[in-house]
Design a protein around this ligand. Sequence first.
Ligand code: SF4
Length: 338
Amino acid sequence: MKEARFYKAEKNNSVKCFLCGHNCLINENQPGICNVRVNKGGKLYSFNYGYPVMQNIDPVEKIPLFHFMPGSLTYSLGNFGCNFKCDNCQNYSISQMENINERVEKADFVMPERIIEEAIGNDCQSVAYLKSEPTVNCEYALDIMRLAHANGLKNIWVSNGFMSKDCLSAILPYLDAVNVDLKSMDTDFYQHNCSAKLKPVLENLKILKQEQVHLEISTHIIPTLSDDSDMLCELAEFIAVELDADTPWHLAKFYPDLSWKLKNLPITGEDSIYQAYEIGKDAGLKYVYVGNIPGDQKENTYCPKCDELAIRRLGYNIERFDNNGRCVYCDRSLDIIE
Ligand code: SF4
């Protein structure tokens, strides 16, 4: 266990964690909502520091990030625990696992230095913190992120965007790219489906953009819960107006069989994905991508100015027709970080 950052002592040996928007008040011997930070003797500890649950070498397209170092490999790192309780979660076996401390006790400790060695040794150009929310394992992520930069690697987060401003300030100097799951614009959806709040996510998205972190957005289109066209219009407008029309928007299908609690809902129909795609385009977004429809041309990148093909995607393989991130026909920037 490692003593946590981002907390303060309160009365009667309780502590207040301010790592994310929940601001948990945690009594002695109790964990916070995320289940991986626990109060022991009036101090808060992160008990999964150094115990990643998953390490993989992945194409960066799998994140998904389509405009950040296309075609490169990233060293993916997943950890237990999450500060959201999404009914549709597809990683619930690690994000919502109970008795995580027992599992951690049997695992091997992995030094941050070892992660960097593995990433470099496997020709990765970045380290990606994903699968469940990296915020709740921020201390470990930060130690790796510092080392990554010192060794010429980039850092990528896949996040729900619900971290506190203190957490965001701590990671910003080391964060190069992020895919934020903006699930809905409906506050009730965030409350009932995720046991969380929407407003901090929207605020953090604006900060990430202002701070010039490379940002891409993902949205799962869940039948009856997040497929309403008015809501999706509002969401696309938010990206276009409050962030930037050049921000890529990824649309993903919902799979009931993989979900934690929504097994009674149908799989997302392709017509719903295509409708959301048109909504994004109508809002002026330059790069909208349909997911989980193999071989669909709407997974490709086209020049926003002359509409010529710039990057063709088949699965996670890419074929590039651009000129160092610019359209070969009209020279417009394709908003790509190489
Ligand atoms: S990180 Fe965990 S303990 Fe801290 S406020 Fe968020 S949910 Fe609570």
